[in-house]
Design a protein around this ligand. Sequence first.
Ligand code: MG
Length: 387
Amino acid sequence: MKKRRIAILGSTGSIGRQALDVIRQHRDLFEVELLTANNSSRLLVEQAIEFEANNAVICNEDRYKEVSDALRPYFTKVFAGMQSVCDLVSGDGIDMVLTSMVGFSGLRSTVAAVTAGKAIALANKETLVAAGETVMSLAQRHNAPILPVDSEHSAIFQCLRSSPGATIEKIHLTASGGPFRTWTKEEIASATAAQALHHPKWSMGNKITIDSATMMNKGLEIIEARWLFDVDPDRINVVVHPQSVIHSMVEFADGAVMAQLGHPDMREPIQYALGYPERLTLDSRRLDFAGLGAMTFEAPDETRFPALALAREALKKGGNMPCIMNAANEVAVDAFLHGRIGFYGITDLVSRCMAAVDYVSRPDLDCIYLTDREAAAKAREILPEIA
Ligand code: MG
């Protein structure tokens, strides 16, 4: 593989750190061109030094001086603010952009990278949830390949490579079921943030771990799959698979089902995207089938986990509805993490915002940015009634 020059947007988060771990194992294959962080200035500095990054951006401008002073003895150039991320990500020196920022805030820089025709390793699913149609058509117009990093979508992408051009009959998105899979509705209703943050299988950031507990994560992933693979939503099936060994499956017209398996380790899909189309070595735990014994499957329970139905409804409505849902969910998850609402307050708030914010059937990007602000404001307004 020719040496690849990588930008990591959100390098201090969970995906960003795991991506750097992958790069640490393949220093001869990757060059770190750009690292960005919102607030974690200390870690950003450490990463820039270790990986000899050419550029670093701290989005919080108040921390610019601290980062800039710390990196003065090194050759990394330091910038501040989101606009710098958008400017640098389009630069000639970058081959591939890993979008691993959290939430809707990743949209602007992802659009900048796509418009510049960069290969995208997409870890920020909210980008496609809020603006899937627009982002995918921009990617097509500017020849920007989008490689999924989400483990389920990476699995689907890998399965599809077995049969180029074949029609997808069904996508089976697997879900671990999260920490409350076996809890009763009453038990779930009184769940705390600490309990929800204890994911049984995957090591991830706070936002996505709460989304996994509500199963909103799987709802967001249905929408992400719809756009990534251009497949009818009715053909996307969710199946709960607590062992999280099968990362997702594709069923073809002849009934054959392809699955991708592995230990739950985010470095695998990250590395697959960064090295695509090659497979690189990874020092990961290997599957032991005899030790595993059995794999089990069950249907998701939409009564205990209403987020799934909300996501299907948002996708069916289309337009700016998934963006409204996503914005309300971001506010709700933050409120839950801070103990301001109960667990089911999250889906209550999302559902109420979906009914209250103006619906637009064919939104352009400006409308999407506006919708995000309006829906977040509406969610904050309704929040006290739910608390
Ligand atoms: Mg996932």
